[in-house]
Design a protein around this ligand. Structure first.
Ligand code: SF4
Length: 364
């Protein structure tokens, strides 16, 4: 298969679903870690064509959703300052902080701009030497290489009016936190193919063996996902628990070692708070001390901001796979993409947005 359309072939998808139904005897709960996979599963109705004894549990792999409210509040505080040109990916502008969001800051006169790469923010810093240009550097292992590269370039080119507000999170510690959480129901994982394209999957072997859980590296197209589910079910039925790569056209065991070296040069691991979940030890990256000059938190002295999370939103349970979005009382009522109460309804990778956009309003 070489072309995208081949990964969306309906007849092949139904054949794979029938194969899964043939081999699936038990009741299995499989978590797709990534929000991009969640959207593909819901958009393509994959959860509806696999047998009913397979439950797809949606994981915390949406970078916008898990960015802690404290970071949003810091972004709002910095973006509102007079001499700041604040840059972010578009999804982040509507994520609610304690009292506001970046769109409102922009509406109130703040210079908030959507960029498509952190390198665009570096260019803006070069173009506007008298302004402070700040980039909101969030995301999983996929966005970290470009963010690290932006910091390196700023240092190499003596650009001192550029800084990053860093909130990077990592997948393996999140898998570990889910497995250790009370009441966990996940019996197998579909690992996010794009994360593994950067980091490889060597670090998943320990998790598969320690928690006796199958982990299948999976892509994002319908046939990728169905093949990932099929492989997970084969392992579950056979009582096996190892790592399989169902995305070999993109992912290797070692991953992209050049990208990893760039990350290692700029970032070091740290404990990180996940919105709705809490602090997961060693689950994030922060700037290394030698790049402290580019740390927006230090530059703007916003380390001590104390946020307040709304208790109307149940996104934490959604992100842990404990609640389906349409089981939230506010879903589709007080909370819609136009009036979001939580980041999972705002983000293009959020589970609540997937259920809303593809009409999953029915309570099971
Ligand atoms: S539907 Fe809205 S309020 Fe409910 S969990 Fe999702 S984002 Fe939060």
């Amino acid at each position: 298969m070489k072309h995208l359309s081949e990964y969306r072939d309906g007849a092949k998808a139904l054949k794979l679903a029938a194969e899964i139904a043939r081999i699936c005897k038990g009741n299995w709960a499989i978590m797709e870690v990534c929000g991009g996979q969640t959207h593909s599963i819901i958009r393509n109705g994959i959860d509806q064509i696999v047998p009913q004894n397979i439950e797809m549990i949606h994981g915390p792999g949406c970078p916008v959703c898990v960015t802690p409210i404290s970071v949003i509040d810091k972004a709002l505080e910095i973006a509102a300052r007079r001499n700041v040109l604040f840059c972010s990916f578009g999804d982040m502008l509507r994520v609610p902080g304690t009292t506001s969001d970046l769109y409102r800051i922009k509406g109130g006169g703040g210079d908030v701009r959507i960029v498509y790469s952190p390198l665009d923010a570096v260019k803006l810093a070069r173009k506007h030497p008298t302004r402070e240009v700040v980039f909101l550097a969030i995301g999983f292992e996929t966005t970290a290489p470009a963010n690290a590269m932006a910091v390196k370039i700023a240092q190499q080119q003596d650009i001192h009016n550029f800084s990053v507000l860093v909130s990077h999170v990592l997948v393996p510690p999140a898998i570990e936190a889910i497995m250790n959480s009370p009441g966990n129901r996940v019996q197998a994982f579909l690992a996010a193919g794009h994360v593994c394209s950067v980091m490889g999957f060597h670090q998943y072997h320990r998790l598969a063996s320690q928690y006796s859980i199958p982990i299948v590296v999976t892509g994002f197209e319908p046939l990728d996902l169905l093949d990932g589910i099929r492989r997970a079910v084969v392992q579950l039925e056979a009582g096996q628990s190892h790592v399989e790569n169902a995305f070999p056209r993109v992912v290797t065991e070692a991953g992209n070692e050049v990208a990893q070296a760039t990350i290692d040069e700029v970032f070091e691991t740290t404990d990180r708070a996940w919105r709705g979940i809490g602090v997961i030890p060693q689950s994030g990256w922060r700037l290394k001390p030698k790049y402290a000059e580019f740390d927006a938190e230090r530059r703007f002295a916003v380390e001590d901001i104390a946020p307040e999370e709304s208790n109307a939103c149940r996104a934490g349970e959604v992100l842990r796979g404990a609640l389906k979005p349409h089981q939230c009382e506010a879903f589709g009522k007080q909370c819609t993409p136009r009036t979001p109460l939580g980041a999972t309804m705002v983000s293009s990778e959020g589970a609540c947005a997937a259920y809303y956009n593809y009409g999953r309003f029915v309570h099971p």
